[in-house]
Design a protein around this ligand. Structure first.
Ligand SMILES: *Cc1c(COP(=O)(O)O)cnc(C)c1O
Length: 390
């Protein structure tokens, strides 16, 4: 059977490094900072990039190579590079491709640290960013300038679970010759493959659902081979590479991504349906609930709704804080995409430094609660949320 015809789960499980002479079944861990050369000529040719081989683990390592190859197959990408964290992936990707004087158009709702890069750091190097309103995709083109190079977005967004039409972004990027970068962290390649919709690069925080068990940090960028080459050359020099140990953990995690996501999504749907009926809840946002404003787009581009449910508790800021204090089973933690259900209240925590107006621009109301639904018995999770809401 042609390898290309294998299904998603088979690729996730059977994409594996060649066996060593020990004929191990499960892939070994290559904890080595460097690799050896046969002779002077081998070493010369390797450093001249005439050979495709491992030299030093800041550049590449077998465990990292396996992790990258798997994600490439899952995302339908040509090539990739693995990073120490999701932010290392976001930063290195942008820094490798942008020059002083370039301009970025980004969705206003992006991960907080990405927002800080755009607003507090890139201007130091002469790179400006214009945010578009994700509720008004018709305004995206008016943000584009002659020096715009990159179009950047996440879908679903964090923490408000808004959905952006990737097909629309792909068409705009093509028309204006922009590099479209999608942060696919909330969906994972199992639920959504942005390259199909015209993305040139896909970035991930592997810390979240790819690890799925709250153990290690990691990140990855995959996509167009010419762009990845630039990102690789920048990264092998600047050193944000993923540790081989974490690559080994993450590659193992991918073997169960599909089956974990099926249950995450099933549990999240049940939690969303419960919240919709609860009298102390104003609104619930989950991509696969019919009431979601972008339900039709979610249905078009996602296989299922993901594991994040956002809801607005009645009573605003204080009710949000009181809800967190009453939680017993679920965790209060900044992570997401874990086996353990996690609840957060962005207005009083992650987004407390923003003004009310700034928060509202990215759909964060005072009573917004984000639930990262885990893999516990869902009735136990719902019972905890119910008692904390009462
Ligand atoms: C967590 C997250 C990141 C950053 O990833 P780290 O692994 O924490 O550095 C980037 N984008 C999104 C959407 C995230 O949720």
């Amino acid at each position: 059977m042609n390898e290309q015809e294998f299904g998603f789960e088979t690729q996730a499980i059977r994409t594996q490094l060649e066996r060593t002479q020990y004929l191990e079944h499960s892939v070994p861990l290559y904890l080595t900072s460097s690799f050896v050369f046969e002779d002077a000529e081998d070493m010369r040719a390797s450093f001249a990039d005439e050979k495709d081989r491992n030299i030093y683990s800041r550049y590449s390592n077998p465990n990292n190579n396996e992790f990258v190859e798997k994600i490439c197959k899952m995302e339908g990408a040509e090539s990739g590079f693995a990073f120490a964290s999701g932010m290392a992936a976001v930063y290195s990707t942008l820094a490798a491709l942008l020059n002083s004087g370039d301009h970025v158009v980004s969705a206003g709702s992006v991960f907080g640290a990405t927002h800080s890069l755009f607003v507090n750091y890139f201007p130091k190097w002469g790179i400006e960013t214009t945010y578009f309103d994700i509720d008004k995709p018709e305004t995206i083109e008016s943000c584009i300038k002659p020096n715009t190079k990159i179009l950047f977005a996440e879908s679903p967004t964090n923490p408000a679970v808004d959905i952006i039409d990737l097909d629309v972004l792909g068409a705009i990027a093509k028309k204006h010759n922009l590099i479209l970068i999608i942060d696919n962290c909330f969906a994972t390649p199992y639920l959504q493959q942005p390259i199909k919709w015209g993305a040139h690069l896909v970035v991930h925080s592997a810390t979240k659902l790819i690890d799925g068990q709250g153990r290690v940090l990691g990140g990855i960028t995959v996509g167009n081979a010419d762009l990845i080459k630039k990102i690789y050359l920048f990264s092998r020099l600047t050193g944000p590479s993923l540790s081989p140990f974490n690559a080994w953990v993450l590659s193992k995690s991918l073997e169960t991504l599909a089956i974990r996501l099926d249950r995450h999504c099933e549990n999240a749907m049940k939690v969303a349906e419960f919240l919709e009926k609860n009298p102390n809840v104003n609104t619930v946002k989950y991509p696969f609930l019919k009431s979601h404003p972008q339900y039709a787009i979610a249905q078009k581009q996602m296989k299922a709704g993901g594991n994040i449910v956002a809801f607005e508790i009645k009573g605003g800021l204080e009710a949000g804080r009181a809800f967190l204090d009453k939680i017993k089973l679920c965790s209060l933690s900044p992570n997401l995409g874990d086996t353990r259900t996690i609840v957060t209240h962005p207005a009083s925590t992650t987004h407390s430094k923003l003004s009310v107006e700034e928060r509202l621009k990215v759909s964060i109301t005072d009573g917004l609660v984000r639930v990262s639904v885990g893999l516990e018995t869902v009735e136990d999770v719902i019972a905890d949320l119910e008692q904390a809401l009462s």
